[in-house]
Design a protein around this ligand. Structure first.
Ligand code: MIC
Ligand code: SF4
Length: 648
């Protein structure tokens, strides 16, 4: 017996030691892939650049869920490109309106024991049925669609032992908030969180998926549950019993480390602004006035969640000082609520029904008022992400969200009376008509590119030396990809247009970055200096690609988040760390740095070298910890060049 994660990973090893020594580089075979529109256009442009006729995966799906606003031609152009490219290359296409990628994937495409990578950091949602599901950059997904391995550091497997029974009004969201309270936003980096113990029998698949989804916020590679009778029930409900495979839970001795959570001792929790790791008991904030409540996102928009929301709102009205927005996670969930009456209960309570899409989670409408307090069932509350720079966003369970919407302030949900017992239906109607299968005559499909689809620029190999490169900006710890490359209604339509989107890099942290960026372009280079956990959060490649486009050659940080580090390497940017964190104080924005003979240093496989701070006359020891493969990718000027040059 071994842990489930280890078992699935070693069954899929294509390169590296199947013994999976933590920290070693491994390459795994990917069975299934997913993309969403905001990262998908780049992924498919990159796939097209590989010159293949069809995807080589068992199953690949392209979803439209992030930007569905269609405020002008750019967004629908992206959709049309994605639809035609999917038809041509053998990819299923989930149309706008069909739901959030992770929710729909869980319902219609998940399969225990298989591997999945997705160009979205919440891909681990599918770990709720016992898949190894990992968030990655779009280029990694493109390579996997082409049959190539997905490379990662063999993770350490942490067992999360659940025992006891959740008290009334404690929900799956509180379990994952408890995990975040203990691990923080970087405690999971290069780790897989594997759940086991009698407490897992308390959790349906959608509840498990809430936990694996938000495990991403710990920085973990992924999270996973066993596949048991409860998984089977879920697949029967989805009329997909044939996809069920049993994967029994592991034992305590199969893990390198175990975290124990007694569910009976949990209480409702809340993550305060501006980090999902900023978790405290809800009881500390009772009475705080709430301007806005949003229920939905890939974390908490399942049928189970929405039945609870419908049940609690029935016969009640929302508070006049609070607005409530509800976005059911998929068309399947929305249709069920419509047919069975809960939608009417939600509407009659005064909720605004938003589209089944990411919506407010990524700042696509429903922004809070100035300085407003917004309670959301989502997974991220980074500052500015809601679309309002000074909003205070809190993360909670659906039950706590409903209580706040009714009372207009943070309230103990027990005030709503006895908790409801929600059982999922044994079977539901399945209608996959919004999922278009690929064409069986691919040669006749024309890929349609509107003017907003700008091909990627050619990337140059790493130069011999980095001479007189300027520190463009100096940043603190935990800089998220939302800081580097914001999303939201204004910027998302530019996701397929690198020259334009690059002008918005770091706009949130430093509105003057545009001028610095232009200077960087003129000078032909630049460095970004940052603290710990640089690139936390999303998988968006734009956070690497746009700085690359502006001539950034190196990020010098105290440490990096996993997906972002991989994206930097894929686009030929050197991710380097300071050997001594105190040296951070010795470098300032606008300093001019030199790294002589950087190519030779890397070619010799040397991870340690010096940068010269010309302005201060200091010599600073730094490390660029890369595997041989990663080093060659950076030397080649990115993964596409490397693959074209015959690298695997
Ligand atoms: C997010 O939650 O930040 C996103 C938007 O889903 C991103 C993907 C993106 O930036 O397109 C993610 O999590 O990877
Ligand atoms: Fe969409 Fe939000 Fe989930 Fe990202 S976290 S996939 S934006 S719902």
């Amino acid at each position: 017996m071994t842990s489930i994660a280890r078992m699935i990973l070693s069954e899929h090893i294509m390169s590296g030691d199947p013994e999976l020594h933590p920290g070693d580089e491994i390459g795994i075979k990917i069975d299934r892939t997913l993309t969403q529109d905001a990262t998908g256009t780049l992924a498919y442009l990159q796939f097209e650049a590989m010159g293949l006729e069809r995807v080589k995966t068992e199953l690949s799906v392209s979803f439209i869920d992030h930007n569905t606003l269609q405020t002008d031609f750019r967004n629908p152009d992206d959709h049309r490109y994605l639809q035609t490219v999917a038809a041509k290359y053998g990819i299923y296409f989930s149309r706008p309106g069909n739901g959030i990628c992770h929710q729909v994937f869980l319902e219609r495409f998940s399969k225990p024991g298989r591997t999945l990578i997705g160009s979205d950091s919440h891909t681990p949602t599918a770990g709720g049925v016992g898949m190894i599901a990992i968030g990655a950059g779009g280029l990694d997904v493109a390579v996997a669609m082409g049959g190539g391995a997905y490379y990662l550091k063999a993770p350490e497997i942490i067992g999360v032992h659940l025992s006891g029974k959740m008290p009334e009004y404690v929900s799956a969201k509180d379990i994952v908030l408890e995990v975040l309270r203990r691990l923080g936003v970087k405690g999971g980096v290069d780790k897989i969180l594997e759940y086991f113990g009698p407490g897992i029998k308390e959790l349906s698949v959608p509840e498990r998926a809430t936990i694996t989804n938000m495990g991403a916020e710990t920085g973990a590679t992924t999270s996973i549950f066993p596949s048991d009778e409860i998984t089977k029930e879920f697949l029967i409900m989805q009329q997909r019993e044939h996809d069920w495979v049993e994967i029994p839970e592991a034992n305590e001795k199969d893990f390198e480390q175990v975290i124990k959570i007694n569910l009976s001792k949990l209480e409702p929790l809340i993550a305060k602004p501006h980090s999902p790791g900023n978790v405290v008991p809800l009881s500390e904030l009772i009475g705080l006035k709430v301007d806005q409540v949003a229920i939905g996102s890939c974390t908490n928009s399942s049928l189970k969640d929405m039945l609870a929301v419908g049940g609690l709102l029935k016969g009640r009205k929302i508070h006049p000082n609070t607005v409530l927005g509800v976005s059911p996670g998929s068309r399947q969930v929305l249709s069920y609520l419509a047919k069975n009456g809960q939608l009417a209960d939600i509407i009659s309570a005064g909720a605004r029904i938003l589209e089944s899409a990411c919506g407010p989670c990524i700042g696509m409408g429903f922004a809070p008022p100035s300085g407003g307090v917004s309670l959301r069932t989502f997974n991220r509350n980074f500052s500015g992400r809601s679309g309002t720079a000074d909003a205070e966003v809190y993360l909670v369970s659906p039950e706590v969200a409903v209580a706040a919407a009714i009372f207009g302030e943070i309230t103990d949900p027990k005030k709503l009376g006895a908790a409801l017992k929600i059982n999922l239906p044994a079977k539901i109607d399945i209608d996959d008509s919004m999922i278009l299968p690929p064409s069986d005559k691919p040669e006749s499909v024309e890929v349609i590119r509107g003017p907003n689809i700008v091909p990627l620029p050619k990337m140059d190999p790493l130069p011999k030396s980095l001479s007189s490169i300027q520190v463009l900006i100096k940043l603190n710890d935990d800089i998220t990809t939302d800081h580097i490359m914001p999303a939201g209604a204004k910027i998302l339509p530019l996701r397929s247009n690198l020259p334009e989107i690059s002008m918005h890099v770091f706009e949130q942290v430093d509105p003057s970055f545009v001028s610095i960026a232009l200077r960087a372009k003129d000078r032909g280079g630049g460095v970004i200096l940052a603290g710990n956990n640089y690139g936390q959060g999303s998988s968006r490649e734009h956070a690497a690609l746009a700085p690359m486009y502006l001539g950034v050659k190196m990020i010098l940080a105290k440490s990096f988040a996993r997906i972002h580090k991989a994206n930097l390497i894929n686009f030929g940017i050197l991710p380097c760390t300071l050997d001594d964190a105190t040296l951070f104080e010795k470098i300032d924005a606008s300093d001019i740095l030199d790294v002589k003979g950087i190519r030779k240093i890397l070619e010799a496989g040397e991870p340690h070298f010096f940068i010269i701070n010309k302005r201060k006359g200091t010599k600073i020891p730094i490390t660029c910890q890369l595997t041989d493969r990663e080093r060659n990718i950076v030397l080649a000027g990115g993964l596409l060049n490397y693959t074209k040059g015959g690298g695997v």
